[in-house]
Write a protein that binds this ligand. Structure first.
Ligand code: NAG
Ligand code: NAG
Length: 197
C-alpha cells in the first residue's frame, strides 16, 4: 500500500476522506431493506444548502443509503422533505443525474448493450473539474451512495496515478510550501490501491 503525503491546503480533508472510504462504507449501519413499507409517498423532496428543492422519485433517492435510513427512522406520514446543509444545489443536481441514470440500468447487468451505455455515461459523468469531483466525493460519502463514491474516487486515483508529487500539486492547484515540508520528499503514486483497499 502506497501512502502519499501531500498537504492539500484548503483541500486537506479530501485525502482523509478517500482513505477512510472503504472502512466507512463497510462499517455503516446495516441496510434497512424496505423503506417503501414505511411510507406512502412515491416521491420526496431533497433540499440543498442554498434552498433549492428537488423532487425525486423514491426509487431514485433510495440509491442513497443515508436517505434510505432517514426514511426508515423518520416516521414520515405522507410528505417527505429532507435537508442537506452540506450539499449545494449544483452538486445535488449532479448527484441526482447519476442516480436517475443508474436506477434505470442497475437491473440490466446481463444486457451487454446497457452495460456499455452505462460505462459510457460514467466516463462522461466524471469528466468535470477536479473541484466538482471533490465535492462529489463529500456528497456521495454523506449520502452513502457507494457506486458514485467508487466512480469518483476511481477517477481521482486515475488522475494522480504515476504522477510525481509536484505534478499532482499543479494538477490540483496546490500551493508549494503551503505546509510543513517534512513529508513531501518525492514519492510516486503507484496504482490506486491506497485509495481503496
Ligand atoms: C456537515 O459537515 C460538517 C463538517 O464537515 C459535519 O460535521 C456535519 O456532520 C455535516 N452534516 C451532515 C448533515 O452530514
Ligand atoms: C438492452 O439494453 C438496451 C439499451 O438500454 C435496450 O435498448 C434493450 O432493449 C435491452 N435489451 C433487453 C433484452 O432488455
Amino acid at each position: 500500500m502506497v501512502v502519499i503525503y501531500i498537504c492539500f491546503h484548503h483541500l486537506d480533508a479530501i485525502l482523509l476522506v478517500l482513505i477512510s472510504i472503504s472502512a466507512f462504507m463497510v462499517s455503516s449501519r446495516p441496510i434497512a431493506t424496505h423503506p417503501e413499507d414505511h411510507v406512502a409517498a412515491t416521491s420526496l423532496v431533497l433540499k440543498s444548502s442554498d434552498g433549492e428543492k428537488f423532487e425525486v422519485k423514491l426509487q431514485v433517492a433510495l440509491q442513497s443509503e443515508a436517505i434510505r435510513q432517514m426514511i426508515v427512522d423518520g416516521g414520515f406520514s405522507n410528505e417527505i422533505e429532507l435537508s442537506f446543509p452540506n450539499i449545494t444545489g449544483v452538486i445535488m443536481a449532479k448527484v441526482l443525474e447519476y442516480c436517475n441514470k443508474h436506477v434505470d440500468y442497475d437491473g440490466a447487468v446481463n444486457n451487454l448493450t446497457a452495460v456499455e451505455e452505462l460505462k459510457a455515461f460514467d466516463t462522461q459523468y466524471v469528466n468535470v473539474h477536479y473541484e466538482t469531483l471533490f465535492k462529489l466525493i463529500l456528497a456521495s460519502n454523506e449520502l452513502k451512495i457507494k457506486g458514485l463514491l467508487d466512480l469518483v474516487s476511481g477517477k481521482i486515483a486515475d488522475m494522480i496515478k504515476g504522477k510525481e508529487v509536484e505534478e499532482i500539486r499543479e494538477m490540483f492547484n496546490i500551493k508549494q510550501g503551503s505546509c510543513a515540508d517534512h513529508s513531501t520528499k518525492k514519492q510516486y503514486v503507484q496504482g490506486n490501491a491506497w485509495a481503496f483497499q
